[in-house]
Design a protein around this ligand. Sequence first.
Ligand code: GRF
Length: 215
Amino acid sequence: MNVKKGTFVVLASGRGSNFQAILDRVSDGYIPAVCTALITDNPLAHAIERARAAGIPGEVVSFKSFSDKQAYETALIATIQKYNPDLVVLAGYMRILGSEIVRKYSGRMVNIHPSLLPSFTGLHAQEQAVNYGVKVAGCTVHFVTEDMDAGPVIIQRTVPVFENDDGDILSDRILVEEHKAFPQAIRLFFQGRLTIEGRVVKIDTNQAPSPGRDD
Ligand code: GRF
């Protein structure tokens, strides 16, 4: 029997290590879905090389090519819609998306942020955590809503913060957990185990686990 797998596209602006971690977990069967495109706003993004290596189309929708934000977003939506994905994954996508696109993919768009939200929203979250002096930091995968870094939380993973840490050291420690948390959240989505109730995400724990490591 041929069961059609769900599909997702990834939006990334730079290095793309989360994109790679997700691709690796698609390859080993942990994520029961297919990544159909990488879309970037940055023609120099290393993520494009990663897409090429994986045989996945890489689309560049560069902000500079459009007269204003509205025109850019219209083009971005059109590019996403070419692939008609079940899920849109923001993996280090450095632009704040407008309300039209966020509403269009409501409940079907996820983002990763390198802090334990709702602490330290916005840029340089890891440095904010170090400067604040928190003892525990981490990452959050959440559904995207119109308020930045404020959507319903799917998964959080934690790391300790040590006295000699700087933003870079803490970023590296958190990144290791990002590479676990994002595939976990995407897997749960495609297993149909996530329900959004208000701002709370419920995870169905009654389903029999499908094959693959759960870490
Ligand atoms: C990650 O730290 C992610 O949490 C943040 O941007 C960074 C992207 O890193 N949103 P990479 O491009 O996935 O390596």
